[in-house]
Design a protein around this ligand. Structure first.
Ligand SMILES: [Zn+2]
Length: 143
């Protein structure tokens, strides 16, 4: 049973095959065996050198906010405001977009450290829970 200061682990399967590992939670990308460039989501070719052979790779678990926007209007059923950010994984030189959670939008800052975290992402047609990812401000506890 999760303690009060951690988020419960969402149950189900990744909302997109090959995007996430659930246990332990990791973002899954690809890495070029020629030049070492990483990509997320995984690619079938290297976006850096375009000639390399790529292999599946677990990505870093430490991110930094590159830039962000605060979403204040959304379709019914979506809680606003929320923060949507471009997050860099410096160890992998990868940038990806995701929601930043665990901190009010007014508290989000550029270069702020964030950690990837699994989150519920709706339900599949067969009733299976879908799992996505977001980033949590480091040092923040689950709301
Ligand atoms: Zn390459």
């Amino acid at each position: 049973m999760p303690s009060a200061d951690t988020s419960p682990t969402p149950r189900g399967r990744p909302f997109r095959e090959g995007l996430l590992a659930l246990d332990p939670p990791r973002l899954l990308g690809s890495r070029c065996t020629d030049c070492g460039a990483a990509a997320f989501p995984a690619r079938t070719f290297c976006p850096a050198c375009r000639t390399g052979v790529v292999a599946p790779a677990e990505l870093s678990t430490s991110g930094r906010v590159h830039s962000f926007t605060v979403v204040r209007q959304a379709p019914p059923g979506t809680e606003v405001p929320y923060t949507l950010a471009w997050v860099d994984l410096p160890a992998d030189e990868v940038r990806l977009m995701a929601q930043v959670v665990g901190i009010a939008p007014e508290g989000v800052e550029l270069d702020m450290p964030v950690d990837p975290e699994l989150t519920g992402f709706g339900t599949a047609e067969d009733g299976t829970g879908l799992v996505g990812f977001c980033f949590r401000a480091v040092g923040q506890v689950a709301p």
